[in-house]
Design a protein around this ligand. Structure first.
Ligand SMILES: NC(=O)c1ccc[n+]([C@@H]2O[C@H](COP(=O)([O-])OP(=O)(O)OC[C@H]3O[C@@H](n4cnc5c(N)ncnc54)[C@H](O)[C@@H]3O)[C@@H](O)[C@H]2O)c1
Length: 424
């Protein structure tokens, strides 16, 4: 049988740069085109481009070029769904950066579009594929730990005010409006991946501490979203969303019937496994700290070793090519992906309502989708700066004029120009 090679195009060349590099090296994929409308971002990938890769500025021309079987969406966080829908309506498979959808209505639309078009949709969530998480999944799947009872997932990403401003150039840039719960996949997806579970309900309280963000245009004064997610089998997961404090790093812990396992703090390739003294499997120790591996195949491991985000980026590309070329179902299909978006959205509402519980719809069921199909509330501004709901757990919070002035000075000093800065 002839080997299938997926032709892929990449939209957005900041984050997209990593994937152009990986897909170029991946057996089973060829990068045929990229789309970027900001010359400054395009410069980031100049060294990766050659005559075989066509560059577009305009998305419509790019998506109608006939050059791709699949597209990777590395565009703005707030605009993944409209672009995913346009691609699938043309029969083009979609790999989308995090998170999949901004509103409950978009979650519904994305599922319906996948069903209507028959296209393949996968979320490019990369943190489940750290070596520690892949190793913990193998142990979990072996049954030696028993069923999970509760889990923890932390993604802490503190940045200086200057770095925050460089990542979020312009008052309307999505990173200035990003509620802490909305960037939850890096904390939550590894827990779902390891346990194989789906989401059922969420409660959330936010840590409000705006002083640490002084000097930025962040409209969100929350530092972290403490979410308690109930999984379908009753397991509880405590996850942080993207916490802006707490020591940079990731930490995942699975507490189960027979013991617990976690990555060693500060390490993505070492895990600590601990069994109850009365549940130690034959040949195991009660407590061990051991190296974690991505895969048994060393050739695959060396490819992952050269990829970003603890090797996770490589596995995203690998699973997507397998999905498109061979039909192998990926860990995060459209239903599991939008359930994470719904958790993020409803968690923000919970944090504004005293931590009240919200049920996560089952997006496979049309009767549940109907209830949410018209819920368009979004905490992100449109091009004129209008929003339909607050982005912070304290709805009246905004940075001071001094904070805005500092951010604007830094954007100008860094040379951001008007089309990069979204109405500075
Ligand atoms: N999974 C991860 O580890 C990870 C890491 C970083 C970013 N991301 C995600 O990647 C996405 C992009 O983030 P980013 O860091 O690249 O910053 P960004 O959102 O500021 O940049 C987006 C880029 O896409 C381009 N773009 C947007 N719309 C376009 C259009 N219609 N036509 C042509 N070009 C367009 C912009 O010019 C810009 O260069 C976000 O969703 C973010 O959440 C994921």
């Amino acid at each position: 049988m002839e080997k299938k090679i997926m032709r892929i195009g990449v939209l957005g060349t900041l984050r997209g740069g990593s994937y152009i590099d990986i897909f170029k090296k991946l057996d089973g994929a060829v990068v045929t085109c990229v789309c970027e409308n900001n010359p400054r971002s395009l410069k980031n990938v100049e060294h990766l481009l050659d005559d075989s890769i066509k560059v577009f500025e305009d998305f419509d021309e790019f998506i109608d070029s006939g050059l791709m079987d699949a597209v990777m969406l590395c565009n703005y966080f707030t605009e993944h769904v409209p672009f995913a829908v346009k691609a699938m309506e043309r029969g083009i498979h979609v790999l989308s950066e995090c998170t999949p959808a901004l509103t409950m209505a978009e979650c519904v639309l994305l599922c319906r579009t996948v069903e209507k078009t028959g296209c393949k949709y996968m979320l490019a969530e990369n943190y489940p594929y750290f070596a520690c998480n892949m190793e913990m999944k193998r142990i979990y799947d072996s049954g030696r730990m028993g069923k999970a009872l509760w889990c923890e997932g932390e993604y802490n990403h503190p940045v200086t005010p200057h770095d925050k401003n460089m990542l979020a150039p312009g008052r309307l840039h999505w990173r200035n409006w990003l509620p802490r719960s909305y960037y939850l996949t890096h904390a939550l997806a590894p827990v779902l991946y390891i346990t194989g579970q789906n989401l059922k309900a969420v409660n959330c309280k936010a840590v409000f501490a705006p002083d640490t963000l002084k000097g930025t245009a962040a409209m969100v004064g929350d530092l972290a979203a403490m979410m308690i997610c109930e999984l379908e089998d009753g397991t509880l997961a405590r996850v942080t969303g993207c916490a802006a404090w707490g020591g940079h790093g990731n930490w995942y812990r699975i507490c189960s019937e027979k013991g617990q396992m976690e990555n060693v703090r500060g390490s993505l390739d070492q895990i600590r496994v601990q069994y109850n003294s009365w549940h130690i499997p034959e040949g195991e120790e009660e407590v061990s700290i051991r190296p974690a591996h991505w895969h048994e195949d060393e050739e695959m491991n060396s490819l992952a070793n050269n990829a970003g985000h603890g090797g996770g980026d490589f596995w995203v590309a690998y699973y997507f090519a397998k999905y498109v070329n061979e039909g192998v179902e990926p860990p995060f299909d459209v239903y599991r992906s939008v359930a994470m978006s719904a958790t993020a959205i409803l968690a923000l509402r919970s944090s504004m309502n005293g931590g009240a519980e919200y049920q996560i719809p089952d997006f496979r069921k049309e009767e549940e989708r109907k209830l949410w199909e018209n819920d368009h509330d979004s905490p992100f501004p449109d091009a004129s700066g209008n929003v339909t709901m607050p982005c912070c757990s304290k709805p009246d919070y905004t940075p001071t004029e001094e904070d805005f002035a500092n951010a604007e000075r830094e954007w100008k000093e860094a040379g951001f120009v008007s089309h990069e800065t979204f109405l500075i």
